[in-house]
Design a protein around this ligand. Structure first.
Ligand code: BES
Ligand code: MN
Ligand code: ZN
Length: 499
């Protein structure tokens, strides 16, 4: 897929599908800023009584003329309340409609916030680049016959007034996300800690990252007993995977990304009920996200040093599994009482976070499908954010407003709640009961972050997966967080805060 930009709307009808986004209640006069031939076309073809451009509404207007099969109209809703993500969603629905029709070329005309079609700014262009790229995503490798065999990722997408660099940045970030979705969608019989390592080695080879893998013998030698314990019931031993991207020139900062990598979470001896176990192949999403993000950082040549660190394990019951009541000594010397083997993510992250802090990063961001409690608190389309540094949290939330991935900050200052982490036998307990469960999990993690290291914890439980197509996501893994992390890194690197 290749982007081209058009200065002149007169040429815009080269696409097999012409996508036109409109604001709610548009009047024909509003279309005057469109380059004249397109305005004329739009005036002729838009059945205004059938299409009011409400947010997300679409209409296909077939054309019996030349190469253009149809005009695809998409509503942006009220112009005054338009958000960056609305442009991403509009580009997605245009390109998805084209791909389903097997179109090889798509033309897109999206108005800016003032309603003008004469050129999109960088932020809108990045959103369009992202939405157009997400539109090509499918996960079909396990269907023996493709029911949608006309589907085709368009070869060329022309964007009226688009900024080519910004379109490309949006594409790279969304491709990082799609890479992570491919990995997250793989079932537990295909991706286990060992095959995840193979995928990470392939990525490191392709991108020239330094890679080190701490296997289970080495974990034992180093005293990373927490990660070891969680993986001990599995036939495939756990490991810690560490990739490093060093920018070509000067590095503006060092950011360590840490992902929870449970290739399957059965709950272990504190076994999950059958229904709760479904989708637990997605418990490695945090690890997939950090790979997708470091890949995008490399492709964007961001002047930032990025570490992507993931603790990989499979949480299984069995004769060698860790047990409720066990006491484990973590890598940083703190002891953990295991109250519930299903609260395993925080146990793996204990060692992974301590390890990440040894890189002396300016910022640590961990991302994890950590608690059902977070899904209860925020629903399935908003993820939790926790931080020990409010201004860092605000920078991340600013990137989130542009990325369209919703995050909401939950409090870390409830000292009464923190008391729940006390254990009669160890330094900290891994499960504290239902109330405030997402927060107590975050507080548990905080005790494994080196004092003074600015840190963000992202809880993506339930946002990692969609059951039914939603926004620009098809059913399956979302790799929630890649775009926001990349947007944050770009902002930190001094580029515009978008991805
Ligand atoms: N991986 C789960 C959390 C999860 C739940 C992710 C739903 C995605 C969707 C995690 O390991 C877990 O099992 N958490 C327990 C913690 C409890 C035992 C303290 C939970 O949330 O029930
Ligand atoms: Mn669990
Ligand atoms: Zn889990």
């Amino acid at each position: 897929m290749k982007f081209v930009t058009l200065e002149d709307g007169a040429k815009i009808r080269n696409g097999n599908v012409l996508g036109l986004a409109l604001y709610d209640g548009f009047a024909l006069e509003d279309l005057t800023p469109l380059p004249s031939s397109l305005a004329l076309l739009a005036r002729m073809e838009i059945p205004r009584e059938n299409f009011k451009a409400k947010k997300g509404h679409t209409l296909v207007v077939p054309l019996a003329d030349g190469d253009t099969q149809c005009i695809f109209l998409v509503g942006l809703g009220d112009r005054k309340s338009v958000r960056p993500d609305d442009y991403r969603q509009a580009a997605f629905s245009i390109v998805r409609a084209a791909a389903i029709r097997g179109a090889s070329k798509v033309s897109i005309a999206i108005p800016d916030a003032s309603g003008s079609y004469s050129g999109c700014d960088r932020q809108i262009s990045r959103c369009i680049g992202g939405g157009a790229t997400l539109a090509g995503y499918r996960f079909e490798k396990y269907h023996s016959s493709d029911e949608d065999d006309r589907f085709r990722v368009p070869d060329e997408i022309e964007v009226l007034g688009g900024d080519i660099d910004a379109l490309e940045a949006g594409r790279i970030s969304a491709e990082g996300q799609c890479y992570a979705r491919d990995l997250a969608n793989e079932p537990g019989n295909v991706i286990n800690p060992q095959t995840f390592e193979e995928a990470a080695r392939k990525l490191a080879g392709d991108c020239g990252f330094d890679i080190s893998v701490i296997d289970s013998d080495e974990l034992k030698r180093r005293g990373m007993n927490a990660l070891l314990a969680v993986g001990s019931g599995s036939a495939t031993p756990p490991r810690l995977i560490h990739l490093k991207y060093t920018p070509p020139g000067k590095s503006a900062a060092t950011v360590a990304l840490v992902g929870k990598g449970l290739t399957f979470d059965s709950g272990g001896l504190s076994l999950k009920p059958a229904d709760s176990m479904l989708t637990m192949k997605g418990d490695k999403t945090g690890a997939c996200v950090v790979l997708g993000a470091i890949k995008a950082a490399y492709e964007m040549k961001l002047p930032i040093t990025v570490h992507a660190i993931a603790g990989l394990a499979e949480n299984m019951p069995g004769g060698s599994a860790y047990r409720p009541d066990d006491v484990i000594k973590a890598y940083n010397g703190r002891t953990i009482e295991v109250a519930n083997t299903d609260a395993e993510g925080r146990v793996t992250l204990a060692d992974t976070l301590s390890y990440a802090c040894e890189m002396n990063p300016d910022v640590v961001i961990d991302i994890a499908t950590l608690t059902g409690a977070c899904a209860v608190a925020l629903g399935e389309t908003t993820a939790g954010l926790f931080t020990n540094d409010d201004s860092l949290g605000d920078e991340f939330l600013a990137a989130s407003r542009v990325s369209g991935e919703r995050f909401w900050k939950l409090p870390m200052d409830d000292e009464n709640l923190r008391k729940k982490l006390k254990s009669p036998i160890a330094d900290v307990i891994n499960s504290t009961g239902r109330y405030g469960g997402a927060i107590t999990a975050a507080m548990f993690l905080e005790s494994f972050v080196k004092e003074g290291t600015p840190w963000i914890h992202l809880d993506i439980a339930a946002t990692d997966f969609v059951k039914e197509p939603y926004s620009y996501y098809i059913k399956g893994a979302t790799a929630y967080g890649v775009r926001t992390i990349v947007g944050y890194l770009a902002a930190r690197a001094g580029a515009a805060a978008e991805a």
